[in-house]
Design a protein around this ligand. Structure first.
Ligand SMILES: NC(=O)N[C@@H](CC(=O)O)C(=O)O
Ligand SMILES: [Zn+2]
Ligand SMILES: [Zn+2]
Length: 348
């Protein structure tokens, strides 16, 4: 990639989104086109209600997603299964055959639609061993759910209580520490061996926890793991722009209807699919690291998953535009993160 000191255009290999929520039904049909426009592929999270726990359910879900991709757009959903205490070992072989690439570990109760999640990771060890054999990845929502642990510390405590033993007991299993939000997680992944990587969201690169409280409580900035202090944001930016191949793009775009966000109990999740690349480009530009953006967005994830890199290209242009305040979400409305505000970059 050749570029001047302040590039006004950035052309890179077509990126992929390694962590995405698409939901289902009419809501899914509303959001699929946004991701298909920005990304070649996406890892689709299985936390539907009920969760996607079998290879057959994942195949059926993939067909529903593909039916929502606009004609003339090539987009490949990469499917995942929701790991439970009761996932049968032989489901792993069926998953591999069905093209499922990973299983997702949600500690029970940690986040949106996680009540069917794992209560003790040791209950899943036989399944994790089968995944290690078949070459399926484990994707981790890395927060403990212990009510004694402060919400802002749950990721750091997860490293000690779950990641360290997991890495010791299953060293060959490929693990993605998803949507990392702390200095501790960035340091842990940077120091880990080649079987551990991390995805990073645009909101955790762009905002610290003040964003949730600016001039009042701002539900659209509430996601899990929750935004952290500035020192953590700086550590995440340093990791993303370090050139290390262990860090890659995963939006965690998690659409919830505006009525659910702007409610006495607000669901966790930020919707960023509409402008994900623009938001990431802003973060990389602020670090003077646009030259590191292509590897982060388009190479590192594919390489870690053992999948070919995309061949097409996309262009981002430095051109101010205003993100819509609200878009359709099935019968409801959906408010993008930063909706109604200006963005500096635009996907051409
Ligand atoms: N990130 C979130 O805040 N929410 C996600 C779940 C998740 O990824 O933890 C969702 O499904 O809404
Ligand atoms: Zn999560
Ligand atoms: Zn998520």
């Amino acid at each position: 990639m050749s570029e001047a000191a302040t590039p006004t255009e950035l052309t890179i290999t077509r990126p992929d989104d390694w962590h995405l929520h698409l939901r289902d039904g009419a809501a899914m049909q509303s959001v699929v086109p946004y991701t298909a426009r920005q990304f070649g592929r996406a890892i689709v999270m299985p936390n539907l209600r009920p969760p996607v726990t079998t290879a057959a359910q994942a195949s059926a879900y993939r067909e529903r997603i593909l039916a929502a991709v606009p004609a003339g757009t090539s987009f490949q959903p990469l499917m995942t299964l929701y790991l439970t205490d009761n996932t049968p070992v032989d489901e792993i072989k069926r998953a591999k055959e069905a093209g499922v690439v990973a299983l997702k570990l949600y500690p029970a109760g940690a986040t949106t639609n996680s009540d069917a999640g794992v209560t003790d990771i040791r209950k899943t060890y036989a399944v994790l061993e089968a995944m290690q054999r078949e070459g399926l990845l484990l994707l981790v929502h890395g927060e403990v759910t212990d009510p004694e642990v402060d919400v802002f510390d749950r990721e750091a405590v997860f490293i000690d209580r779950v990641m360290q033993p997991l890495r010791r007991d299953l060293p060959e299993l490929k693990v993605v520490f998803e949507h990392i939000t702390t200095k501790e997680a960035a340091e842990y992944v940077a120091a880990a061996d080649a079987h551990t990587a991390a995805s990073l969201t645009p909101q955790h690169l762009l905002y610290n926890r003040n964003a949730i409280f600016t001039g009042g409580l701002r539900p659209h900035y509430y996601c899990l793991p929750v935004l952290k202090r500035e020192l953590h944001r700086q550590a995440l930016l340093a990791a993303a722009t370090s050139g290390s191949s262990k860090f890659f793009l995963g939006t965690d775009s998690a659409p919830h209807a505006a009525v659910m966000k702007e409610n006495s109990v607000c669901g966790a999740g930020c919707f960023t699919a509409l402008s994900a690349l623009e938001l990431y480009a802003e973060a990389f530009e602020a670090m003077g690291a646009l030259d590191k953006f292509e590897a982060f967005a388009s190479f590192n994830g594919a390489d870690f998953y053992g999948l070919p890199r995309n061949t097409g290209r996309i262009t981002l242009r430095k051109e101010a535009w205003t993100l819509p305040d609200s878009v359709a979400f099935g019968d409801a409305q959906l408010k993008p993160l930063r909706g109604g505000e200006a963005l500096a970059w635009r996907l051409v």
